[in-house]
Design a binder for this molecule. Sequence first.
Ligand code: IPE
Ligand code: IPE
Ligand code: MG
Length: 228
Amino acid sequence: MTTTPLRHLAIIMDGNGRWAKQQGLGRTKGHEKGAEVIRQITTHCANHCDIQSITFYAFSTENWKRPKAEVAFLMKLLERYLRSELPRYQEHGIRFQAIGDLSSFSTALQEQIAKTQEATQHNTALTQVIALNYGGRQEITSAVNQLIAQGRSTLTPEDISHALQTPYSDIDLLIRTSGEERISNFLLWQLSYAEFYFSPTLWPDFTPKELEEIINNFKQRNRRFGGL
Ligand code: IPE
Ligand code: IPE
Ligand code: MG
Protein backbone atom coordinates (compact mmCIF):
# COMPACT_ATOMS: atom_id res chain seq x y z
CA MET A 1 0.00 0.00 0.00
CA THR A 2 1.36 3.45 -0.86
CA THR A 3 1.57 5.88 2.03
CA THR A 4 0.85 9.61 1.95
CA PRO A 5 4.03 11.70 1.66
CA LEU A 6 4.71 14.33 4.32
CA ARG A 7 6.72 17.23 2.95
CA HIS A 8 5.74 20.15 5.13
CA LEU A 9 4.75 19.83 8.78
CA ALA A 10 3.47 22.75 10.86
CA ILE A 11 3.29 22.75 14.65
CA ILE A 12 1.38 25.04 17.02
CA MET A 13 3.43 24.52 20.17
CA ASP A 14 0.95 25.15 22.94
CA GLY A 15 0.87 24.41 26.67
CA ASN A 16 4.16 25.79 28.00
CA GLY A 17 2.41 27.85 30.68
CA ARG A 18 0.13 25.03 31.83
CA TRP A 19 3.10 22.64 31.97
CA ALA A 20 5.01 25.04 34.21
CA LYS A 21 2.00 25.50 36.47
CA GLN A 22 1.61 21.73 36.81
CA GLN A 23 5.24 21.54 37.96
CA GLY A 24 4.76 24.42 40.42
CA LEU A 25 7.07 26.62 38.30
CA GLY A 26 6.75 30.07 36.72
CA ARG A 27 5.61 30.28 33.07
CA THR A 28 9.12 31.15 31.86
CA LYS A 29 10.36 27.68 32.86
CA GLY A 30 7.74 26.23 30.54
CA HIS A 31 9.07 28.34 27.67
CA GLU A 32 12.64 27.23 28.42
CA LYS A 33 11.65 23.58 28.37
CA GLY A 34 9.61 24.27 25.23
CA ALA A 35 12.70 25.61 23.45
CA GLU A 36 14.56 22.39 24.29
CA VAL A 37 11.73 20.41 22.73
CA ILE A 38 11.97 22.47 19.49
CA ARG A 39 15.64 21.51 19.39
CA GLN A 40 14.94 17.80 20.00
CA ILE A 41 12.16 17.56 17.42
CA THR A 42 14.15 19.47 14.79
CA THR A 43 17.29 17.38 15.26
CA HIS A 44 15.24 14.19 15.23
CA CYS A 45 13.55 15.16 11.96
CA ALA A 46 16.77 16.27 10.26
CA ASN A 47 18.19 12.81 10.92
CA HIS A 48 15.26 10.41 10.92
CA CYS A 49 12.22 11.83 9.09
CA ASP A 50 11.57 12.19 5.40
CA ILE A 51 10.24 15.77 5.76
CA GLN A 52 11.45 18.86 3.87
CA SER A 53 10.25 21.60 6.23
CA ILE A 54 8.82 22.09 9.69
CA THR A 55 7.21 25.40 10.58
CA PHE A 56 6.95 26.10 14.32
CA TYR A 57 4.58 28.78 15.67
CA ALA A 58 6.64 30.53 18.35
CA PHE A 59 5.08 34.00 18.71
CA SER A 60 1.83 35.25 17.23
CA THR A 61 0.79 38.81 16.40
CA GLU A 62 -1.68 38.38 19.28
CA ASN A 63 0.97 37.31 21.82
CA TRP A 64 1.93 40.98 22.43
CA LYS A 65 -1.18 41.03 24.66
CA ARG A 66 0.74 39.02 27.29
CA PRO A 67 2.39 40.68 30.30
CA LYS A 68 5.43 42.76 29.30
CA ALA A 69 7.79 40.61 31.37
CA GLU A 70 6.72 37.40 29.62
CA VAL A 71 7.11 38.99 26.17
CA ALA A 72 10.57 40.30 27.10
CA PHE A 73 11.57 36.86 28.37
CA LEU A 74 10.43 35.21 25.12
CA MET A 75 12.50 37.68 23.06
CA LYS A 76 15.63 37.00 25.13
CA LEU A 77 15.03 33.27 24.98
CA LEU A 78 14.78 33.41 21.21
CA GLU A 79 18.02 35.33 20.88
CA ARG A 80 19.77 32.88 23.20
CA TYR A 81 18.27 29.92 21.34
CA LEU A 82 19.47 31.12 17.93
CA ARG A 83 22.94 31.91 19.21
CA SER A 84 23.38 28.47 20.79
CA GLU A 85 21.74 26.59 17.89
CA LEU A 86 24.06 27.66 15.08
CA PRO A 87 26.64 24.84 15.56
CA ARG A 88 23.81 22.30 15.75
CA TYR A 89 22.19 23.65 12.56
CA GLN A 90 25.51 23.21 10.78
CA GLU A 91 26.19 19.77 12.24
CA HIS A 92 22.81 18.37 11.19
CA GLY A 93 22.38 20.25 7.90
CA ILE A 94 19.43 22.34 9.09
CA ARG A 95 18.45 25.49 7.25
CA PHE A 96 16.85 28.15 9.45
CA GLN A 97 14.25 30.64 8.24
CA ALA A 98 12.04 33.11 10.09
CA ILE A 99 8.61 34.29 8.96
CA GLY A 100 6.48 37.07 10.43
CA ASP A 101 6.91 40.82 10.85
CA LEU A 102 10.40 41.01 12.31
CA SER A 103 10.52 44.82 12.20
CA SER A 104 9.09 45.12 15.74
CA PHE A 105 12.02 43.17 17.22
CA SER A 106 15.20 44.65 18.70
CA THR A 107 18.08 45.29 16.30
CA ALA A 108 20.13 42.63 18.10
CA LEU A 109 17.44 40.01 17.56
CA GLN A 110 16.90 41.01 13.92
CA GLU A 111 20.64 40.73 13.33
CA GLN A 112 20.82 37.35 15.01
CA ILE A 113 17.97 36.11 12.79
CA ALA A 114 19.60 37.46 9.60
CA LYS A 115 22.98 36.01 10.53
CA THR A 116 21.52 32.56 11.26
CA GLN A 117 19.51 32.53 8.03
CA GLU A 118 22.54 33.47 5.99
CA ALA A 119 24.90 31.00 7.68
CA THR A 120 22.52 28.07 7.17
CA GLN A 121 21.09 28.93 3.73
CA HIS A 122 22.83 26.07 1.90
CA ASN A 123 21.90 23.33 4.39
CA THR A 124 19.62 20.71 2.87
CA ALA A 125 18.66 18.03 5.44
CA LEU A 126 15.66 20.00 6.76
CA THR A 127 14.31 23.54 6.72
CA GLN A 128 13.23 24.76 10.14
CA VAL A 129 10.90 27.75 9.82
CA ILE A 130 10.10 29.68 13.00
CA ALA A 131 7.05 31.95 12.90
CA LEU A 132 7.72 35.11 14.92
CA ASN A 133 5.29 37.97 15.32
CA TYR A 134 3.37 36.01 12.74
CA GLY A 135 -0.31 36.27 11.83
CA GLY A 136 -1.95 34.51 8.89
CA ARG A 137 -4.30 37.39 8.12
CA GLN A 138 -1.45 39.89 8.28
CA GLU A 139 0.65 37.75 5.92
CA ILE A 140 -2.14 37.52 3.33
CA THR A 141 -2.99 41.22 3.65
CA SER A 142 0.58 42.34 3.15
CA ALA A 143 1.00 40.03 0.14
CA VAL A 144 -2.10 41.57 -1.47
CA ASN A 145 -0.93 45.11 -0.64
CA GLN A 146 2.42 44.36 -2.21
CA LEU A 147 0.73 43.22 -5.44
CA ILE A 148 -1.51 46.32 -5.46
CA ALA A 149 1.58 48.50 -5.04
CA GLN A 150 3.01 46.80 -8.15
CA GLY A 151 -0.04 48.00 -10.07
CA ARG A 152 -1.96 44.72 -10.09
CA SER A 153 -5.73 44.90 -9.91
CA THR A 154 -6.95 41.35 -10.53
CA LEU A 155 -5.27 38.49 -8.69
CA THR A 156 -5.27 34.71 -8.98
CA PRO A 157 -4.71 32.34 -6.04
CA GLU A 158 -1.28 31.58 -7.57
CA ASP A 159 -0.37 35.29 -7.52
CA ILE A 160 -1.18 35.43 -3.81
CA SER A 161 0.67 32.17 -3.06
CA HIS A 162 3.81 33.51 -4.72
CA ALA A 163 3.62 36.87 -2.97
CA LEU A 164 3.35 35.35 0.51
CA GLN A 165 6.34 35.86 2.70
CA THR A 166 6.84 32.13 2.74
CA PRO A 167 8.00 30.94 -0.65
CA TYR A 168 7.33 27.34 0.26
CA SER A 169 4.78 24.60 -0.13
CA ASP A 170 1.34 24.13 1.36
CA ILE A 171 1.14 22.43 4.74
CA ASP A 172 0.50 18.67 4.67
CA LEU A 173 -0.03 18.15 8.39
CA LEU A 174 -0.73 20.55 11.26
CA ILE A 175 -0.18 19.39 14.83
CA ARG A 176 -1.41 21.43 17.80
CA THR A 177 -0.47 20.32 21.29
CA SER A 178 -2.14 20.94 24.67
CA GLY A 179 -5.68 19.87 23.72
CA GLU A 180 -6.73 23.21 22.21
CA GLU A 181 -8.41 22.76 18.85
CA ARG A 182 -8.04 26.02 16.93
CA ILE A 183 -5.73 27.67 14.38
CA SER A 184 -5.05 30.94 16.29
CA ASN A 185 -4.27 32.88 13.08
CA PHE A 186 -1.52 30.49 11.91
CA LEU A 187 -0.79 29.91 8.17
CA LEU A 188 -4.42 30.43 7.10
CA TRP A 189 -3.66 30.29 3.39
CA GLN A 190 -1.18 27.40 3.50
CA LEU A 191 -3.44 25.21 5.68
CA SER A 192 -6.13 25.16 3.02
CA TYR A 193 -5.95 21.36 2.54
CA ALA A 194 -3.85 20.31 5.52
CA GLU A 195 -4.62 17.32 7.71
CA PHE A 196 -5.05 18.23 11.41
CA TYR A 197 -3.90 16.38 14.50
CA PHE A 198 -4.70 17.64 17.99
CA SER A 199 -2.62 16.12 20.79
CA PRO A 200 -3.50 16.47 24.49
CA THR A 201 0.24 16.51 25.35
CA LEU A 202 1.57 19.84 26.65
CA TRP A 203 4.38 21.03 24.34
CA PRO A 204 7.21 20.63 26.93
CA ASP A 205 6.24 16.93 27.23
CA PHE A 206 6.10 16.33 23.46
CA THR A 207 8.60 13.70 22.26
CA PRO A 208 10.05 12.40 18.96
CA LYS A 209 8.24 9.12 19.76
CA GLU A 210 4.85 10.85 19.79
CA LEU A 211 5.75 12.69 16.60
CA GLU A 212 6.55 9.36 14.91
CA GLU A 213 3.16 7.99 16.02
CA ILE A 214 1.38 11.05 14.59
CA ILE A 215 3.32 10.77 11.31
CA ASN A 216 2.33 7.10 11.06
CA ASN A 217 -1.29 8.07 11.62
CA PHE A 218 -0.99 10.76 8.92
CA LYS A 219 0.53 8.32 6.43
CA GLN A 220 -2.54 6.09 6.64
CA ARG A 221 -4.90 8.95 5.80
CA ASN A 222 -6.55 9.21 2.43
CA ARG A 223 -6.22 12.77 1.10
CA ARG A 224 -8.69 13.32 -1.69
CA PHE A 225 -8.36 17.07 -2.38
CA GLY A 226 -11.95 17.12 -3.55
CA GLY A 227 -11.49 14.16 -5.90
CA LEU A 228 -12.51 10.54 -5.34
C1 IPE B 1 2.86 28.28 23.87
O1 IPE B 1 2.57 28.04 25.20
C2 IPE B 1 4.02 29.23 23.70
C3 IPE B 1 3.67 30.57 23.22
C4 IPE B 1 2.50 30.96 22.80
C5 IPE B 1 4.74 31.55 23.23
P1 IPE B 1 1.63 29.02 26.05
O2 IPE B 1 2.48 30.07 26.66
O3 IPE B 1 0.51 29.50 25.20
O4 IPE B 1 1.11 28.03 27.17
P2 IPE B 1 -0.36 27.96 27.79
O5 IPE B 1 -1.32 27.87 26.64
O6 IPE B 1 -0.55 29.21 28.59
O7 IPE B 1 -0.34 26.73 28.62
C1 IPE C 1 -0.82 30.18 19.67
O1 IPE C 1 -0.86 29.88 21.03
C2 IPE C 1 0.43 30.90 19.34
C3 IPE C 1 1.67 30.16 19.51
C4 IPE C 1 1.79 28.89 19.81
C5 IPE C 1 2.84 30.94 19.30
P1 IPE C 1 -1.67 30.79 22.07
O2 IPE C 1 -1.63 30.06 23.36
O3 IPE C 1 -1.17 32.18 22.04
O4 IPE C 1 -3.12 30.76 21.40
P2 IPE C 1 -4.57 31.01 22.01
O5 IPE C 1 -4.57 32.38 22.62
O6 IPE C 1 -4.81 29.95 23.05
O7 IPE C 1 -5.47 30.88 20.83
MG1 MG D 1 -1.37 28.85 24.84
